[in-house]
Design a protein around this ligand. Structure first.
Ligand SMILES: [Fe+2]
Ligand SMILES: [Fe+2]
Length: 321
């Protein structure tokens, strides 16, 4: 018997779009190109490098390139636990709705491909950039820790991550003639597949939520808050490492005060890229806050409040309340 659910049609639509937008790393993204270090890697709307008035254009560009290298690293890191969690969710449906199963298997396959793409980009940048770059966390150790939390908490964090790829794509299409064409394509192709992932995250999060008691949901909210704190811990370590790397390889001698500002900017940019830009997506707010009660919502807001400064100075949207 082929079980179907009220959402089989939505899973079917995800499969259809997933097949239509399917891309390959070498054929579609890399296309024989290498990185041009005369170009900006992360767009300014993500890197925020225009917020440090003392940086020369060359230093701004180098800072965007260091952040680009960590973009490949950190995405590879989070996609390790995302793929593992989606396999667990898919396994639970192995003898149930076969359409839902196929959608989740495709998502897992895409996430494995994305990790391979980010590893490929990292190896290209490692070959080109000066020695001394440090990756501060191990993908499997992070995944093991994250997967210790409940499915609800992991899916809520995943929804944030997969929605912020949409904000990142929007930033990458801002008019900037000096943006690396290869990086532009990374944002474009990644976003195309992540759009389907966000739909699946929402379906699975809402389905998981329906199985929880109030007490279980209360615990899951605390776990989500702890997971965001753990992500922030990774960002703090990487921002410190990357600020040190940038300062070491830039041709400019910075004052101690400027070094402090570079470090603070790096952390602000990473908090914006990897937490706040997803939290600010209206869909994230709509889905998450529909599942929690007022008290739980207030706990989440309070936990996010110390991060809410991490928006571009010319942010188009205020931090949603
Ligand atoms: Fe991905
Ligand atoms: Fe994804």
């Amino acid at each position: 018997m082929n079980a179907s659910t009220p959402h089989t049609e939505r899973y079917a639509k995800v499969i259809e779009v997933s097949k239509r937008v399917r891309w390959e790393i070498e054929r579609d993204v890399i296309r024989g190109r290498s990185f041009d270090y005369a170009k900006t890697f992360l767009p300014t709307g993500l890197s925020l490098v225009d917020e440090l008035g003392f940086l020369s254009p060359a230093d701004q560009r180098l800072l965007s390139q260091v952040q680009g290298r960590s973009y490949a690293y950190i995405f590879g890191l989070v996609e390790r636990f995302i793929a593992a969690k989606v396999m667990q969710v898919a396994q639970a449906k192995a003898l149930d709705d076969q359409v839902a199963l196929e959608a989740l298997v495709r998502m897992t396959d895409e996430e494995l491909k994305h990790q391979a793409m980010f590893r490929r980009l990292e190896s290209m940048m490692a070959a080109d950039m000066p020695a001394g770059y440090v990756m501060t966390a191990d993908a499997n150790a992070v995944a093991k820790a994250v997967l210790g939390a409940s499915t609800w908490a992991v899916l809520a964090l995943t929804l944030d991550i997969e929605l912020f790829t949409q904000a990142h794509y929007r930033a990458s299409i801002e008019p900037d003639a000096n943006l690396s064409p290869l990086w532009k394509d990374v944002f474009l192709f990644h976003w195309r597949e992540e759009s389907q992932h966000a739909i699946l995250d929402e379906l699975e999060l809402v389905a998981e939520d329906a199985t929880l008691s109030q007490a279980q949901r209360d615990t899951a909210v605390d776990e989500l808050i702890a997971l965001v704190g753990a992500v922030d811990g990774i960002l703090q370590a990487q921002a410190a490492a990357d600020a040190g790397y940038f300062i070491a390889i830039a041709g400019t001698a910075f004052s101690d005060a400027q070094k402090e500002q570079i470090h603070a900017l790096m952390l602000k940019a990473y908090r914006w890229q990897y937490i706040v830009s997803g939290v600010m997506e209206p869909r994230f707010q709509k889905v998450l806050f529909a599942l929690v009660d007022a008290q739980q919502g207030a706990r989440i807001q309070a936990a996010l409040a110390p991060l809410s400064y991490a928006v571009p100075q010319c942010a188009p949207l205020p931090m949603a309340a």
